[in-house]
Design a protein around this ligand. Structure first.
Ligand code: 5GP
Ligand code: ZN
Length: 115
């Protein structure tokens, strides 16, 4: 199900073009418009869920394996040393787009990490 005014519904379902790294029936993985590091990507489900609490179990069970797959690919393609998996729920927690998404943030060197 899509929400009419949701930008990530439109991007995930291809109504708005995006730089897509990966796509299957359930998800689209895109580049973040305001990257926290080089290669910062977002996993978007095609179905609209406001946040983690709305996610159905089957979709939830696929998110971390996909994050691992994309994170591993980042190590090979970008040469990053590691990556953060970040997911915000609620305005107070830093969520700004209210369509569930997971951040994949490549990290290139040791040092303080600001998310
Ligand atoms: P949040 O703060 O909700 O966890 O993360 C939202 C993320 O979406 C931010 O990192 C922001 O840069 C990114 N973003 C917001 N609007 C767009 C957009 O239209 N396209 C893309 N690719 N990223 C977006
Ligand atoms: Zn949506």
């Amino acid at each position: 199900m899509r929400e009419d005014d949701c930008i990530f519904c439109k991007i995930a379902n291809g109504d708005i073009p995006s730089e897509t790294l990966y796509e299957d029936e359930v998800f689209r993985v895109i580049m973040d418009l305001g990257p926290a590091s080089k290669g910062h990507a977002l996993i978007l489900p095609k179905h609209h869920y406001k946040d983690l609490c709305e996610l159905d179990g089957e979709t939830a069970s696929k998110v971390l394996p996909l994050a691992a797959k994309i994170g591993n690919a980042m190590k090979t393609t970008l040469g990053c040393a590691g990556f953060n998996v970040v997911q915000n729920n609620g305005k107070e927690a830093g969520q700004t787009v209210f369509h569930f998404h997971v951040h994949l943030i490549p990290r290139y060197e040791e040092g303080p990490v600001m998310i």
